[in-house]
Structure formats: structure tokens, C-alpha cells
Design a protein around this ligand. Structure first.
Ligand code: ZN
Length: 393
């Protein structure tokens, strides 16, 4: 804890980005985790699983509702990073037993691309290439491809509508955000009301501006209605009652930053640090879409490598690549500044959503005002740039 705090101070003094701070202190946030709940407990039974091509341990674990580490132990595997071979038999004390993956042959048609074929069958693009290695020179019509589809993959969104959005709760007016999220406060803060739409994290950390609350609640209500998602959704931290410093977060100071845990696949107990195969990316995408549709989201932080999964799920749920360009930074590796979902280290089990300033918040600042030290540094930099220009012949 002390070491983490020391690291925190050090990073802060170096003017590090908030994401680095959040990464360093993630372990701390986890230890403060307020939401503990009983795991769902269907009856377990021993089954045999035959590994299909390109199946990963974490995928198999998530599929049967067990932990990856348990799989390692039950099967005497060397470690959790072990590469599974096709045909390997695993013993699993499963909580759920979906039908196995199925091998099909797909005949390429005019106009198909690797990516359209992957989306069509809801398989990972890289897996599709792997199933058909070495990669054929071109996708000529009539070419036969092998695809392992997963008929057992649960569909948690877009099967039916959810409940109609309830009216906004009373008593969430009058709260104003002041300053910037990394240097700000809250006036007349309102607490996130209890609701059937979501589960609340820690009582003391759920204070925000009225504008944030309205848009957050509306977005989750729309998400539930449009996608029909019925799983758990946990709103973690927003701000403290009066805002201001909220260690270990760097921002979260002005009631506009909201941490939302990524929903997990059915049958899995909530965990702070799920692996990517445990996350319900379809539901995560629908949630992101609902947040973006409010028009009041400034940025959403999610680690870069996970954005690929979000992007893929978006395509599976019918989004088109063109619209995703303004929503998800991936696959633009340079970091797409215009996209709302951007990389920030430490944001893997949750998304960090920052809402805009409301129309009734004159003292809310979209950009952080520079500190004296930063202004001096910027001036020095300008000066040396000017000097360099003068010396150019
Ligand atoms: Zn956060």
C-alpha cells in the first residue's frame, strides 16, 4: 500500500497521465472493492471436453462457468498459459454444459471477404485464418473454407426487448460539476439512486452531477430496453460527496467520471479483473452504444487490446465499420483522437465513462487548466523551439 502510494506520488510529480496512475493503483481499488455477492451455484458435474482447433484455456473455462486455474489443476497442466492441442481431452467439473463447437464447411461466394465471413459466422477473424492455414492466395468463389462455429455461445443481447425504460427518478436535480475531472469539485451532489437497472458499488463513492446522473440512468435504461440484457451491471465509483481528490483515482473529482464494470458471460460470478474471454462483449458493446447515443459522453477509457473484442462484437451485433470509426479507436493504432472509446491502461475489467458538462453548469471545465509548473514547461519548450528556428540558416 505504501509502495503503491509512493509510486502514485512519483508518477503524479512527473505529470503522468491519469491512466498510468490508475494502472498503478488498480490493485488498491480492488482491495477496496465493496461489491461482494454470492456466486450462482448450479450443480456441477464432471464432463470431458475435447479441444477443438484454436481453443484457449480461458475460453473453455468461461464456456463451462469454471475458473481457468481450476482447469489447470484438474488436468495437471504445466501452467495457465499452456497451448492446447486439438483433440486433447480435458476433465472439467462444469457448472454448465453447452453443446460443443461444430466444424462446418463454407463455400466462398462472390464478394466475400475474410472479415465478412468471420462476422457472418460469429467467429474471431484471427481464428478464421487459423482454421484455414496456410492462408489461400485469394478468396475465389467456390473455395471451401473450414469453420469451427460455436452453437453453444449464449446470446444475451438482441434476442428480445427488455423492459420499457422507467421514468427518471425524482430528486436528482440541482447538482453541479465544477472545474475539471482531475481538478474539480461537486456542489449539491446527488447520489446514484438505487434501481433495478444496475447494482450500486460503494455508497460513499457514488456522488455526481445531475447531468451525469440523468444521462447515465437514461443510457442504462435504453441499454436494457434495446438489448434485452438481463445480466448484472455494476456501477462502481463516481465521485465523493463534495468531489475533490479521490485517491487512488486521478480524476473522478467533479462528478462526471463513472466506472462501470464490464458485464460477464452468463454463469460467471462477478470479478474485478475478469479475463477477456469472461467478458460479455455483445452486452458491453450495446452498453457503449447506449452511452454514446446520449450525445453527452466526452470519452470512454478501455485498454487497447480489449477494444478489438469490443469492435468485433459490435460487428457481430450489426454495427458497420464506418460508424465504428468515430466510436472505437481500434484498429487505428496511433490512437484515434476523434473516437470516444480510447486506450488507457488499467481499464480492463471496467470502462471509465466521462460525461460532458451540462448546460446548467457554468463553472464546469471541459479542459483542465494548466498548473503553474506546466505553463513554465510549455513556455520553455516554445522558447527552445523558437531558438532552434533562429539558428536554422
Ligand atoms: Zn475510473
Amino acid at each position: 500500500m505504501l509502495a503503491a502510494l509512493a509510486a502514485l506520488t512519483l508518477l503524479a510529480s512527473q505529470g503522468a497521465e491519469e491512466e498510468r496512475i490508475e494502472a498503478v493503483t488498480k490493485a488498491q481499488v480492488e482491495s477496496l472493492d465493496p461489491v461482494a455477492e454470492p456466486a450462482p451455484k448450479p450443480k456441477r458435474q464432471w464432463i470431458r471436453h475435447v479441444v477443438t482447433p484454436r481453443e484457449r484455456l480461458s475460453q473453455i473455462a468461461a464456456r463451462y462457468g469454471v475458473k481457468r486455474d481450476d482447469l489447470v489443476e484438474w488436468n495437471g497442466l504445466a501452467n495457465r498459459r499452456v497451448r492446447l492441442r486439438q483433440g486433447t481431452r480435458l476433465r472439467i467439473h462444469a457448472r454448465q454444459t453447452p453443446p460443443p463447437r461444430k466444424k462446418i464447411t463454407y463455400v466462398v461466394e462472390e464478394g466475400d471477404t475474410w472479415s465478412s465471413i468471420a462476422v457472418m459466422h460469429r467467429v474471431d477473424y484471427r481464428d478464421l485464418l487459423g482454421f484455414n492455414w496456410p492462408r489461400p492466395r485469394s478468396l475465389d468463389p467456390g473455395l471451401e473454407l473450414t469453420i469451427w462455429i460455436d452453437p453453444g455461445r449464449p446470446r444475451t443481447v438482441n434476442v428480445h426487448h427488455g423492459k420499457s425504460p422507467p421514468p427518471l427518478p425524482e430528486g436528482i436535480d440541482g447538482a453541479q460539476s465544477r472545474g475539471h475531472p482531475a481538478r474539480g469539485r461537486l456542489r449539491n451532489a446527488v447520489r446514484l439512486p438505487e434501481s433495478d437497472l444496475y447494482d450500486c458499488g460503494h455508497d460513499r463513492w457514488l456522488w455526481g452531477s445531475s447531468h451525469t446522473m440523468r444521462n447515465l440512468i437514461n443510457a442504462v435504461a435504453e441499454f436494457r430496453y434495446n438489448s434485452g440484457f438481463e445480466g448484472r451491471l455494476i456501477v462502481g465509483s463516481i465521485s465523493r460527496r463534495r468531489g475533490g481528490r479521490f485517491p487512488p483515482h486521478r480524476s473522478h473529482q467533479s462528478g462526471r467520471d463513472v466506472d462501470i464494470r464490464l458485464p460477464l458471460m452468463p454463469g460467471l460470478a462477478t470479478r474485478i479483473s475478469p479475463n477477456a474471454d469472461e467478458i460479455d462483449w455483445g452486452a458491453s458493446w450495446e452498453l457503449v452504444r447506449a452511452l454514446v447515443d446520449t450525445g453527452e459522453v466526452e470519452v470512454i477509457f478501455l485498454e487497447g487490446p480489449l477494444q478489438r473484442r469490443l469492435y468485433q462484437a459490435a460487428l457481430w451485433e450489426g454495427a458497420i465499420a464506418e460508424e465504428l470509426r468515430t466510436i472505437i479507436a481500434w484498429p487505428n493504432r496511433q490512437g484515434n483522437e476523434k473516437a470516444l472509446v480510447r486506450h488507457s491502461k488499467g481499464h480492463d475489467g471496467h470502462i471509465h465513462v466521462r460525461f460532458r458538462c451540462g448546460p446548467d453548469e457554468p463553472r464546469c471545465r471541459p479542459r483542465r487548466r494548466k498548473t503553474a509548473a506546466e505553463m513554465v514547461a510549455a513556455a520553455a519548450q516554445e522558447e527552445s523551439a523558437a531558438a532552434a528556428l533562429r539558428t536554422v540558416p
